[in-house]
Design a protein around this ligand. Structure first.
Ligand code: MN
Ligand code: MN
Length: 464
């Protein structure tokens, strides 16, 4: 009997299992997912495309069909920004669901409603950042524009500039070191300000135009390409994100460097795990929500009634609807709050407590609680449910570890865990460790994301 517990090395385990090729294949598919969705909208549409490819039908189609049966595969699209995939289980919904809930929104920089101006022969867009970013990290990088513009006639125009090799890119400027004597004395948080995040978008004046000729030229180009006028910015959502694709990191290609791991890495694993499942005892749900990075509000965030309403529709299709069944479906559910953890970074060892940190290569991370300053705002998972997850993961031979988010009183954070816990559901945080979290390019271990996928799949399929 082994009395001592030690975390396992996921690379070693998967090499012994002869699964390294599968690890690499999974990460390749994940990287394709990242490249096809750089915003919450394009990611949500990619989730739906993958679901349809696996035989999922929309909730509207299910409603017109008139019933649902075990094995049915249904997706619900919430305003093109959040999605829920349901694999209907053998047991009725009121017995509870197995939910893997992640988010598709990522810290970024948005255009203001009135963005365009010119100064000193340069054309700019004014911006307002979204989520928790270190502003200085977003300067001097190639940036792309993604989003939608709703024209005055109500038609929707998709914008994507900067991803194709032939596209131009954009940039937020920084000051040359030679003249940075004042800037370098400032705190890191003040070196680049929010109102300083102005996007350089052009420089050539429109021929024959005297006043604001650079602005006029930009408007002409936008009009030619998208049929839009300046007023259309008032009804647009345009996001600035790092330009380019996800890349292998390391000589051994063991990691992925990309924009948006938090939290597309967990959302994708939940989606892939349910798409790869066929029949389940309890209805499985891959939930991909929006607005997590700004507090989960709004009608596409986890606080909205979208998920609850969709479950109500499904109960109505399964049997006679009553509110009590909906309440039971929610409170009997078990949830993995699928979000990333802070990967231990030896270059910043002071911020972590090394005995309770997420190490790259030790597999999927289970966090009993997150929060800050004495667990403030956390969902502290019950020991009984933690034990259930432990048994499921051990039974399925998942390489997993436990971690807290940094050392006590160093900071902290949260996920959507507490919101689903409000219904009485059992919820625990479960994701992977990330280096450079919230930076324009984040880092994950390929073997960890594979263990996460396997862990989520076990959660849908194994009942303890
Ligand atoms: Mn997150
Ligand atoms: Mn985050």
């Amino acid at each position: 009997m082994n009395l001592k517990h030690e975390f396992r090395d996921a690379w070693k385990v998967e090499r012994e299992n002869n699964k390294i090729e599968e690890v690499m294949k999974y990460s390749k598919e994940y990287m394709n997912f990242l490249d096809s969705g750089k915003t919450e909208r394009t990611s949500a549409l990619e989730v739906i495309r993958l679901a349809k490819e696996s035989g999922y039908i929309s909730i509207d189609e299910a409603i017109s069909k008139g019933n649902v049966e075990p094995g049915d595969k249904i997706y619900a699209n919430n305003k093109d920004k959040s999605v829920a995939l349901f694999l209907i289980g053998d047991k009725p919904l009121e017995k509870g669901m197995r939910i893997v809930g992640g988010h598709l929104d990522v810290p970024r920089i948005d255009l203001k409603a009135n963005p365009l101006y010119q100064e000193a022969n340069l054309g700019f867009f004014k911006t307002h950042y979204y989520g928790g970013i270190k502003k200085y990290q977003w300067t001097a990088l190639p940036l792309a524009l993604h989003g939608v513009v709703i024209l005055n006639d109500g038609s929707k125009v998709d914008i994507c500039i900067g991803e194709d090799e032939k596209d131009p890119v954009f940039c937020i400027t920084d000051l040359l070191p030679h003249l940075s004597a004042d800037q370098m004395q400032k705190k890191l948080s003040d070196g680049i300000t929010g109102e300083g995040l102005n996007l350089l978008i052009g420089h050539m004046p429109l021929e024959g135009e005297e006043k604001e000729a650079i602005e006029a030229n930009i408007l002409k180009i936008l009009n030619e390409k998208y049929n839009m006028i300046e007023e259309d910015f008032l009804s647009a959502e345009i996001e600035i994100v790092p330009a380019g694709k996800a890349r292998d990191l390391g000589l051994d290609r063991s990691m992925v460097l990309a924009y948006g791991h938090d939290d597309r890495v967990c959302s994708y694993a939940g989606v892939k795990a349910i798409l790869d499942s066929e029949s389940v005892e309890y209805t499985g749900v891959a939930l991909c929500v929006d607005k997590e990075e700004v507090g989960s509000q709004g009608n596409t965030g986890m606080h909205s009634k979208f998920f609850e309403n969709t479950v109500a529709e499904l109960i109505a299709l399964q049997e006679n609807y009553c509110e009590l069944k909906l309440k039971r479906a929610m409170s009997n559910s078990k949830v993995l709050s699928a979000d990333v953890a802070a990967g231990y970074d030896p270059n910043f060892a002071d911020a972590y407590e090394k005995r309770n940190s997420a190490y790259l290569g030790r597999g999927v991370v289970v966090s009993k609680y997150t929060g800050s300053r004495g667990k403030g705002g956390c969902n502290d998972a019950n020991a009984e449910f933690t034990a259930e997850i432990r048994r499921i993961f051990n039974k399925a031979d998942i390489v997993w570890q436990t971690a807290e988010l940094g050392k006590v009183d160093q900071g902290g954070g949260g996920t959507i865990a507490y919101i689903l816990a409000n219904y009485g559901a059992e919820v625990i945080d479960c994701g992977v460790g990330v280096l450079n979290m919230h930076a324009p390019n984040e880092i994950v271990s390929k073997v960890d994301i594979y263990e996460m996928y396997k862990g989520y799949k076990a959660f849908y399929n194994i009942n303890i």
